[in-house]
Design a protein around this ligand. Sequence first.
Ligand SMILES: [Zn+2]
Length: 403
Amino acid sequence: MTKLSLLANAVRELEELNGWANADALKRGLVRESVDLIQEIGTHLRSSSDREALLTRCRVLRGEASLSDRAVIQRLHGAREQELFLFCGPLKTWVKKSKRAFHSFVCGVPVRAMNETLDLLNEATAAEELRAALGNNDIYLAPAPGFSVFDIVACGGEANLDPKHFAYFFPEDELIDSDIARTVAFRNFYTHRFFNSSFPLLRRFVPASLPHAPTPAQVATCLLTWMKGHDLGHSVRLPRTSIPRLRSTLGEFDAGILEEALADCVGYLLVSSPLIRGKFALSEELAAGCFLGEMLRFITRGRALFHDTEAAVLELTFLARHGYATLRGDQIEVSVGSLRRGMLALAHELVRAILVADVQPAAELLATYLGAGNDGEATIGEFTSQVCARSSDLPLDTCYIFS
Ligand SMILES: [Zn+2]
């Protein structure tokens, strides 16, 4: 694994040497060495499907198989690994950070118990919960991508640079469009980042009535349940919903803000619902704390760079404007009860605005909560700049270098 990380780092370095005649030949040689190592790793796996996935990846890297072949995507991403997830090849990170794919290596071991638990939260459970919470029987979920949790054990190349990814979307992040899709999330990374970034933000900017000292296992379950719920939130539909029309009318970025805000609401409604909390043994305080900690972290990432940051600002503006939360200087005052009521009210607004045939309500919602001169712009602006100024000592742009 260490050698694969170092080889990926070296290939990524060579990618900076555009136009140097020897770079391509060197790159090909290093990728060939990586393929030999991956093939060797495959011989130690007991799972035949995992072995087959590694061999398929080797064939792709050698140019003997193409990612445009659906059968190849199916072998790589159609089933969850039993023993080992291993990716090697060109991968993109955040769109704004890397505009194209760069050579990467990522490897993780499956977290079986958590995957089995999260499988209980599927399209059918989510649709049932949302219909009941929103009082709307027309809500349904389009087929959602698969969701697999691993503990990351090694990475290299672009995936080993800053900012680190919390999750990958395959095969989209390999620049391949396919109806076979899955999210790969790294549990140990999530937990580590929460305790080093989001939890300190929560302690500093939300009065200490929220969770006291959650364990890493509780935090991992809560964050990943929320994230799975968020993923499912991207599949929520009404009969006349057209996400392509929303994107073509509002533009990808503005539509993305609303889509992320709805996914956040759905994730929160699911993770804070009595049924899901009961199944996963989660407290509502922890659900609220994880959500608010992550919201604060997103706010510090820089507006206009990420949909998710603008979505977090929209959510906080909505909560504050309608009295579900109070912003006092750099402090958020909110109770668990009012947070759930507020997110439910926002989910209602978003469903009415973006899942309908007419795009006008979506444009109005954006202007109301994020448009220049909107009510509360000064308060939220002061809040976000104070939070950013007072959190400069925290490791918010987490950067691990595996070596
Ligand atoms: Zn999302």
